[in-house]
Design a protein around this ligand. Structure first.
Ligand SMILES: Nc1nc2c(c(=O)[nH]1)N[C@H]1C(S)=C(S)[C@@H](COP(=O)(O)OP(=O)(O)OC[C@H]3O[C@@H](n4cnc5c(=O)[nH]c(N)nc54)[C@H](O)[C@@H]3O)O[C@H]1N2
Ligand SMILES: Nc1nc2c(c(=O)[nH]1)N[C@H]1C(S)=C(S)[C@@H](COP(=O)(O)OP(=O)(O)OC[C@H]3O[C@@H](n4cnc5c(=O)[nH]c(N)nc54)[C@H](O)[C@@H]3O)O[C@H]1N2
Ligand code: SF4
Ligand SMILES: [Mo]
Length: 722
């Protein structure tokens, strides 16, 4: 990670406003309005809004509403004084970026052309409301669809007033399952909860398997803790079909065929049981179904699984033996491998391993996954999610993964007629991009987008509204990857005519003449009410204390070992190796069946992953400096596959399948096995050659559990571009 200190003189877009502003530091009180030379000086605590497990804390200082200092929290131990390359220059890269939208915009050109003209908030709101009223009267609420995700993780701006607004009008519900649902559903099936070993306790582990996760890129503040464990003797194993930035650093990189992890985990279980390496006492006391599991894994012997995974038999055997013998042994999973058709089952199977070996009994041993459940217990969630009490349970749901289908489905009744996109960029991040774009091109669809920029999605909007950035609004930030709660206080007033998401929906409610109070609750009230809880994890934290300190670590008991003595949150109270009510009762490796023709026409398995260190999904992919650092998107192809196609390193190639085609530069190297190719996700179609990006090739199939996105279930052919 780069140093946190910024050279302020490099700040191109920020007018410092004062001489010597570098002297303005964090010794100031949190808010100091009025100061020397009648300048307004304000320093606030905030936190990163991104959908990133790290949720870093920061402080920002403004002088006369110009940001003069922006830096990582120096005292939050998890942030550890550093943001990341994506966020170091956030005030310039987002808040004051010259391309930032500063007024509402109305489309004047063809959908997709990106041609807009400014329009006043009043006029734009009025036009949207007139159209919305018409839709509600004619087609009903279900013809309206919100499309939002975790563009901001802040609880207030994410989906508070918007959630209530859409529940109130009876809009179609959006199934927000593109990230984490399959992983969590898988772990829940086995353990009944997803929170296992806490991130900071990884330093006690002595054998660490990073299974389908890439912390050097995607979870950067966990990485130093992993390094600390290694300095103290831990071995680091990475299981990943791609030679990720983390795999390069590992002691051992195991590179299975994508989507075969269920088989690999079951084969490890097979070896452990066959060689009597299990902790029988733990198994007897705290698990159910060992008999059935033992029988089930017979078919997953190392010989069979070697063929499935492409791994050598001894690799599987050694991995199982080492894992079962080391202590404390930790398996870290996150999201990566969930985006496979069989992904949920993979998480269920992997989650069994620590119970089989009794790893949970040792501090630093077990499974490490999410942490959000802790915040779910600590905060007043019922109050935050008020929309759940407003929503009509009978309203239909639409999968965000299948937005392309939904927008194009002529049998859908009612058809989606009005689409509100905020905190997301579906034209880039949703699978089957060309189908999504075809839907967005529909002339009869009213699309409204709230964002900071004219994203690939906003290009298709009828109206674009300028959203505030994290320096301009209040919020409260929980984390799914660590245990610190953050407040985010605005440092400056909204730039241009930007407004928080909440304010957009309050204004729209007013324009629609709705009278319910819950549609008009203020941001600060939502934030304060969410903190109204006497849960021990918050230990008396109030709005005022949080505002003063910026962050607080949840008051979780020391030596947190959730399953040292069982305590699984399953219906049996035990770790469930077998559960007759699941389908199947024990996870099975069930690959997608392809016809011989499909296999020969599209012989290469495609990975579209977050290998982009400088983007956060599609965020920041429009920032020139970051784009330059990241370079144009490349296709990783194995030397043998390249040779077959006469592709040399650096050649311009086309990857294609029935859904679309993407133009890239070939990188001929062994980052992937033969038969697999990989390209990064996140690039904007409007900014790369060929005009489409990774998701033009992905499938909108759902995963086996959790209705997640089987984004990696894609096959392609690659040819030289002539
Ligand atoms: N720099 C950066 N950081 C990010 C993000 C970003 O876009 N850029 N995105 C954020 C978000 S939204 C999320 S969800 C997290 C995700 O964090 P991670 O779960 O760590 O991230 P991914 O990169 O999705 O996947 C990790 C690895 O899984 C591998 N993988 C893919 N398929 C399989 C498989 O079948 N089996 C196995 N064993 N491995 C597989 C990929 O090759 C990849 O290297 O990262 C967050 N952090
Ligand atoms: N092929 C492929 N596709 C993937 C993935 C993959 O690994 N491969 N990963 C998937 C995963 S794990 C995820 S989480 C999704 C992520 O998908 P998205 O959540 O859509 O992520 P972003 O691309 O970062 O888009 C967030 C948008 O929110 C905007 N935003 C930020 N703050 C605010 C705000 O306060 N108000 C408003 N109105 N807008 C704001 C940003 O400017 C940005 O345009 O992508 C998924 N898609
Ligand atoms: S994107 Fe992640 S690592 Fe970077 S500042 Fe935000 S929370 Fe921290
Ligand atoms: Mo994600």
């Amino acid at each position: 990670m780069p140093p946190f200190k910024k050279n302020i003189s490099r700040r191109k877009f920020i007018d410092l406003g004062v001489q010597g502003s570098t002297a303005i530091g964090l010794s100031l009180p949190i808010i100091a309005t009025t100061g020397c030379n009648s300048q307004n000086i304000k320093t606030t605590h905030g936190a990163c809004y991104h959908d990133c497990p790290d949720t870093c804390s920061w402080t920002a200082t403004a002088v006369d509403n110009k940001i003069t200092e922006f830096r990582a929290s120096q005292d939050n131990p998890y942030t550890n004084g550093k943001l990341c390359a994506k966020m170091n220059n956030f005030p310039n890269d987002v808040t004051f970026h010259p391309d930032r939208i500063l007024t509402p915009l109305k489309r004047v050109g063809k959908k997709g052309s990106g041609e807009f003209e400014p329009i006043s908030w009043k006029q734009a709101m009025n036009e949207v409301a007139v159209r919305l009223k018409k839709t509600l009267a004619k087609e009903g609420g279900e013809a309206v669809l919100p499309y939002s995700y975790a563009g901001t993780e802040g609880l207030v701006q994410r989906n508070s007033i918007s959630g209530r607004f859409f529940a109130h009008i009876g809009a179609s519900k959006l199934e927000r399952t593109i990230c984490g649902n399959a992983a969590v559903a898988g772990v829940m099936t086995t353990n009944g909860q997803t929170t296992g070993v806490l991130p900071e306790d990884i330093i006690h582990s002595r054998y660490i398997i990073l299974w389908g996760t890439n912390p050097v890129t995607s979870n950067q503040h966990l990485w130093p803790l992993i390094q600390q464990a290694r300095e103290d003797g831990a071995k680091l194993v990475v299981i990943d079909p791609y030679q990720s930035a983390t795999a390069v650093e590992a002691d051992w990189h195991i590179q299975p065929t994508p989507g075969t992890d269920t088989a690999l985990a079951l084969a490890m279980i097979n070896v452990i049981i066959a060689e009597d390496l299990q902790d029988q006492d733990y198994v007897d006391q705290y698990t159910v179904g060992i008999k059935e599991l033992k029988k089930h894994v017979e078919q997953y012997d190392i010989e069979a699984v070697s063929k499935i995974t492409g791994l050598k038999e001894e690799t599987i055997q050694t991995l199982a033996r080492e894992y079962a013998s080391a202590s404390p042994a930790l398996i870290r999973v996150l999201i990566g491998m969930e985006h496979q058709l069989n992904g949920g089952s993979a998480f269920s199977a992997v989650a069994m391993l620590p119970s089989l070996t009794g790893a949970w009994r040792h501090f630093g041993g077990g499974l490490m996954h999410m942490t959000y459940e802790l915040f779910g217990q600590a905060l007043n969630w019922e109050r935050l999610e008020l929309e759940k009490t407003i929503a009509n349970q009978d309203i239909r749901s639409i999968s965000m993964i299948q937005i392309g289908r939904a927008l194009n489905d002529s049998s859908l009744s009612p058809a989606i007629n009005a689409l509100f996109v905020y905190n997301s960029n579906p034209a880039v991040i949703a699978p089957n991009q060309n189908l999504v774009v075809k839907g967005l091109e529909r002339e009869d669809l009213m699309t409204v987008v709230l964002d900071h920029f004219i994203t690939d999605t906003a290009r298709y909007a009828d109206y674009v509204f300028p959203a505030t950035s994290q320096l301009e609004h209040w919020d409260l930030l929980t984390s799914w990857g660590q245990t610190y709660l953050n407040i985010n206080e605005p440092t400056i007033p909204p730039v241009g005519e930007a407004k928080p998401n909440t304010e957009f929906f309050r204004l729209l409610a007013n324009e629609m003449s709705f009278t319910e109070d819950y549609l008009y609750e203020s941001d600060l009230s939502i934030l304060k009410k969410t903190l109204e809880t006497d849960h021990e994890y918050l230990n008396g934290v109030t709005f005022d204390t949080l505002r003063k300190n910026g962050w607080v670590k949840l008051n979780i008991p020391d030596q947190w070992m959730p399953h040292a003595k069982g305590n699984f949150k399953t219906s049996s109270g035990k770790c469930e190796f077998y559960n007759a009510s699941n389908e199947p009762p024990i996870p099975e490796y069930r690959p997608k069946a392809y016809s011989r023709e499909e296999l020969s026409t599209f012989p290469l398995k495609l990975l579209t992953i977050k290998s982009t260190k400088n983007f956060l999904n599609s965020s920041h992919a429009n920032v020139k400096e970051l784009m330059d650092k990241e370079g144009q998107p490349v296709l990783d192809i194995h030397p043998e596959d390249a040779k077959l196609r006469e592709i040399v390193d650096g050649a311009e190639v086309k990857a294609y399948n029935k859904n679309g085609e993407v133009l890239l530069t070939a990188k001929v190297r062994s980052k992937v096995n033969q038969g697999v190719v990989s390209m990064p996700q996140g690039y904007w179609s409007s900014l790369v050659k060929g005009g489409s990006t990774a998701n033009a090739l992905t499938s909108d199939l759902l995963t086996d559990k959790g209705r997640g996105g089987a984004l990696q279930e894609a096959r392609v052919e690659v040819t030289l571009l002539t």
